[in-house]
Design a protein around this ligand. Structure first.
Ligand code: XMP
Length: 506
């Protein structure tokens, strides 16, 4: 595997995903918590950072312990750190270099650049520049404005590059990473979905043994894939719970429950709609609604978990981005999820946790899901928030409002599917606004609700752009909604990106 040491760059996870795309396993660890260097670690990548190596308290590590022992690739800050530590000179760039640049010189004999074209485009994002290299370091690439765009240390497989090969704007970045990981580190490209599935099933069998496992399903990709893996390992020792919180999409509860049963999962459907509506009655504040929904879910799930005899484990669909301890700009800090630290823990939370997907990124989860034969309807599903339509109804939630929004949402989502647009959108949904507007229908004046439609493109939900859906499509959907859904007389389309807006309205 490849070890990626994180200095806090926004691109660190992207480096890991690119390495995984080469079918090579890798892990991200903070620069100040380096795991033991076991023989299965074949190389190290040092990430970029928002910090400057010229700052007195900039992130640092004991490079002597690593250098020369196994191949190292420093990216941006990682490259500057090595250059600075061994006697080179790093200075502020005259202009902050951000964006595309062209390679003007490339040492085509370098193993790192095998089969790369000599003038390829790379992505720069740095405020410091390496002005002088230490003795024994050779320049192996330059751009028009950066002389030391890449270097190699003589007699060692130690490299530094100023640009970001992990960003797709570096057009040959993937080849460069392949050269490092496969040619230089000698990693086998054998970390495939099938290998992951076999190894995970074996280890689940071993750790769970004859115990019973309970798991909540959401209808989403992660919990569905995690449950399928656990089920493959231990069969009906796994009991799944799928809760109807009354805030799901139209027909979703019935359809998803059916598809889970079709997959052979032992799943208990729990209709708790009324409990959730009661808990939400009169609450308008978004966080108040989230808390009420979360608390009710825990109560319902706890009650169901108690009905299963001798349960010892809780299955969860946690994925890798949730467990990576990333480094923040203000120094190392562990991003630990504050689960449910309200008073005493419910009993099910005292169970041992099994998280078979906690080493995978979302795209990896989808691939594993496909290899497990899970239907496209589940694998390709847009993300949907846990509190569901509860946070898409602005203001207080009532069953009538839920029903109205379900109808609106159904027309929009079905419309996207019928028009072949669903897969081009990362997430779509509709919001019921606490606003009424005047309209006219036939000869009658109306005074009814406004709904907003939202469709975004994104990679991970952290940033997002609104999708330029065709006007004809929007026109048809708007028409359908106003004609078919009672109580709605106006449709608007949200054209805000994230940031500064968020994807959800609450
Ligand atoms: P925002 O609105 O923060 O959303 O841009 C980013 C992504 O997170 C989802 N989201 C949630 N998911 N519980 C969830 O499980 C929540 O409370 C929640 N709030 C937002 C949102 O749908 C989007 O995919």
């Amino acid at each position: 595997q490849i070890l990626i040491l994180d200095f806090g760059s926004q691109y660190t996870q992207l480096i890991a995903r690119r390495v995984r795309e080469l079918d090579v396993y890798c892990e991200i660890h903070p620069f100040n918590k380096i795991p033991p260097i076991t023989p299965d670690i074949k190389g190290i990548i040092l990430s970029g950072s928002p910090c400057s190596v010229r700052d007195s308290d900039s992130p640092d590590l004991d490079l002597d312990a690593l250098r020369g022992k196994l191949p190292i690739l420093g990216v941006c800050y990682g490259a500057q750190l090595m250059a600075q530590k061994y006697g080179g000179n790093v200075t502020p760039s005259e202009i902050r270099e951000y964006g595309r640049a062209k390679i003007s010189h490339l040492d085509t004999h370098s193993k790192l650049f095998r089969e790369l074209t000599h003038d390829s485009q790379v992505w720069m994002s740095h405020g410091d520049t390496i002005k002088e290299l230490p003795e024994g370091f050779d320049v192996i690439a330059s751009t028009h404005s950066v002389k030391i765009a890449a270097y190699k240390v003589q007699g060692e497989e130690t490299y530094g590059i100023q640009f970001h090969p992990e960003v797709t704007h570096s057009t040959e970045g993937k080849n460069l990473l392949r050269n490092f990981v496969v040619q230089i580190c000698d990693c086998a490209q054998d970390w495939t979905s099938d290998v992951f599935i076999d190894a995970t099933i074996d280890s689940l069998k071993e750790s769970i043994g004859k115990d019973r496992v309970v798991m909540g399903l959401s209808g989403g990709v992660d919990s569905s894939v995690a449950a399928t893996l656990i089920h493959r390992a231990i069969g009906d020792q796994l009991t799944c719970v799928f809760v109807d919180n009354g805030l799901l999409r139209k027909n979703e509860y019935e359809e998803v429950l059916e598809s889970y049963k079709g997959m052979g999962l032992n799943v208990i459907g729990v209709d708790s709609k009324q409990k959730f509506y009661d808990a939400l009655a009169g609450i308008s504040d978004p966080e108040g609604k989230r808390k009420a929904i979360g608390k009710t879910f825990i109560e319902v799930f706890d009650e169901e978990a108690h009905k299963i005899k001798d349960v010892k484990w809780l299955g969860q669909g946690t994925i890798y981005p949730d467990v990576i301890e990333s480094v923040s700009v203000n120094g190392p800090s562990a991003t630990i999820k504050s689960h449910h630290n309200v008073g005493g823990l419910p009993d099910f939370m005292k169970l041992k946790v099994v998280e078979p997907l906690n080493t995978l990124f979302k795209d990896g989860v989808r691939e594993v899901g496909k290899a497990l034969g899970i239907s496209d309807a589940i694998i390709g599903r847009h993300p949907f928030p846990g509190p569901g339509l509860g946070i898409r109804i602005l203001g207080d939630v009532t069953p009538e409002k839920v029903q109205t929004l379900q109808e609106v949402d159904y027309i929009f989502i079905q419309g996207l599917k019928d028009a072949g647009l669903y897969d081009e959108v990362w997430q779509a949904g509709s919001m019921l606004l606490p606003v009424q507007s005047v309209g006219v229908m036939g000869d009658e004046r109306t005074y009814e609700r406004v709904v907003a439609l939202r469709a975004v493109s994104s990679v991970d939900g952290m940033t997002a752009d609104w999708v330029h859906l065709p006007y004809d499509f929007l026109g048809k959907v708007s028409n359908d909604i106003i004609n078919k859904v009672k109580g709605v007389n106006r449709v608007v389309y949200d054209i805000s990106s994230k940031p500064p807006a968020t994807i959800e309205w609450e």
